[in-house]
Write a protein that binds this ligand. Structure first.
Ligand SMILES: Cc1cc2nc3c(=O)[nH]c(=O)nc-3n(C[C@H](O)[C@H](O)[C@H](O)COP(=O)(O)OP(=O)(O)OC[C@H]3O[C@@H](n4cnc5c(N)ncnc54)[C@H](O)[C@@H]3O)c2cc1C
Length: 381
């Protein structure tokens, strides 16, 4: 995609956000309502196929353009990006590791948004230590029989298809060799047991999913070979981390913009608070964080697009940008004084949404460990 095409796409999304989204966010968010109308509009914009190759009906956008889209939308309502982010990570697993038949069967429906879903990895007993999952798939003729529970699954209620991480050989050593990734479509044996209540990231549904003697056709094993699931699931996380980092940039920027505007309107001791140095120090730090986060995301996305190894770069971007969102949202709250604690301003949403980005797609504790390990591996003494 050339820069003129990218500018045109970003412009179309900006116009949609101002015309159909911004004014409706507060009510939908406070009532935790799934934004069905906006989902249809995102389908029309092609967002459910944003990173799916054009040969399979998607837009085939590079990660660098995709990250800019995610940041732009997150500046208005971060939850909207979750509806297509984890869907696209599921699609990326099929596009990168699926058989040709699986690509032809699933990707066009994912790209149009006709079939939507996400990634089902986490279980009640484990998230970071994914190799400890207990969901079991046993081969029986031409299908697998799956039993287990997944939790915190984004789009779990509204979605109909999930990349489901299972154990096909629980005794395997190392443990990851016994893991496989299945494309699981909702039908008998696959049910939503509850909607999870959250302090933020509202609108998008997070659910617990239960599998009871659920049958998956064997040709829905991604790549057709058992024992590759952990590798396939982790392979999607680099794009996932760039995703979350871009969301962080959006929220950090929204907090900055609101703080810059409010600080010029609010007066204390005879002048706008933006003229007090204590407020200027905050604004200076917030703006610097936004720029640094944006540059780290661009750097990681460039490496991803070039096909370079980028776990360290994506980890740095995810860690820094999500912490920037958290810090900027708290600073914006302080700058708004009492109004920062009011439901009538957007600031309260930012500091309810921001912590999620420090947890999802690998916690920020794990990101720093990944960065350090890579640093050591790339610089042997
Ligand atoms: C709103 C929301 C949406 C989500 N969406 C999805 C989804 O769509 N699909 C999905 O599969 N999952 C999803 N998740 C789950 C998310 O990925 C996990 O919560 C996350 O990976 C952390 O796992 P955990 O909660 O089990 O924490 P734990 O793994 O129990 O970690 C607890 C704490 O211990 C730390 N820790 C763990 N191991 C180490 C270590 N080796 N060294 C240092 N510190 C460590 C962690 O950093 C954390 O601080 C979502 C979660 C939320 C809140």
């Amino acid at each position: 995609m050339n820069s003129a095409d990218e500018a045109q796409m970003l412009d179309a999304i900006s116009r949609w956000l101002e015309r159909d989204v911004r004014a409706k966010v507060r009510a939908l968010e406070h009532d935790d309502v799934y934004p069905q109308e906006m989902v249809e509009q995102m389908r029309e914009l092609g967002l459910f196929g944003a990173t799916i190759p054009q040969a399979y009906g998607g837009l085939g956008l590079p990660a660098s353009t995709y990250a800019k889209i995610v940041a732009l939308i997150s500046e208005v309502w971060m939850s909207l990006t979750g509806i297509f982010n984890s869907h696209l990570i599921m699609a990326a697993a099929v596009a990168r590791f699926g058989t040709e038949e699986q690509k032809r069967r699933f990707l066009p429906k994912f790209a149009s948004g006709e079939v939507r879903g996400g990634l089902a990895l986490t279980e009640p007993d484990c998230g970071t230590d994914l190799q400890a999952i207990r969901t079991r798939a046993v081969r029986a003729g031409d299908h697998y029989v799956v039993n287990g529970t997944k939790t915190w699954i984004s789009n779990g209620i509204q979605g109909t298809c999930f990349a489901l991480l299972v154990k096909t050989d629980p005794a395997a050593q190392p443990r990851h060799k016994g893991m496989s990734l299945l494309l699981a479509e909702k039908r008998d044996g696959f049910r939503v047991s509850k909607k999870l209540e959250k302090i933020g990231y509202k609108g998008i549904d997070s659910a617990e999913l239960i599998f009871e003697d659920y049958q998956v056709p064997a040709d829905c094993l991604i790549g057709g070979e058992e024992g590759r699931g952990f590798h396939h699931a982790i392979g999607g996380l680099e794009l996932g981390r760039i995703n979350v980092a871009a969301r962080g940039v959006g929220v950090a920027r929204a907090a900055l913009k609101d703080a810059v505007a409010y600080s010029q309107l609010r007066k204390t001791f005879g002048k706008p608070i933006c003229e007090h140095q204590a407020i200027q120090l905050k604004l200076g730090e917030m703006a610097t964080r936004c720029e640094a986060a944006r540059l780290l995301v661009e750097n990681a996305a460039r490496a991803y697009d070039a096909g370079e190894r980028c776990d360290m770069e994506a980890g740095m971007a995810k860690y820094f940008a999500s912490e920037a969102a958290l810090e900027n949202s708290i600073e914006a709250m302080r700058i708004h004084g009492g109004y920062g604690y009011s439901k009538e301003f957007n600031v309260e949403r930012y500091y309810r949404d921001a912590p999620l980005m420090c947890i999802g797609e690998g916690t920020n504790e794990m990101q720093r460990i990944i960065i350090a390990r890579q640093l050591i591996a790339r610089n042997p003494a």
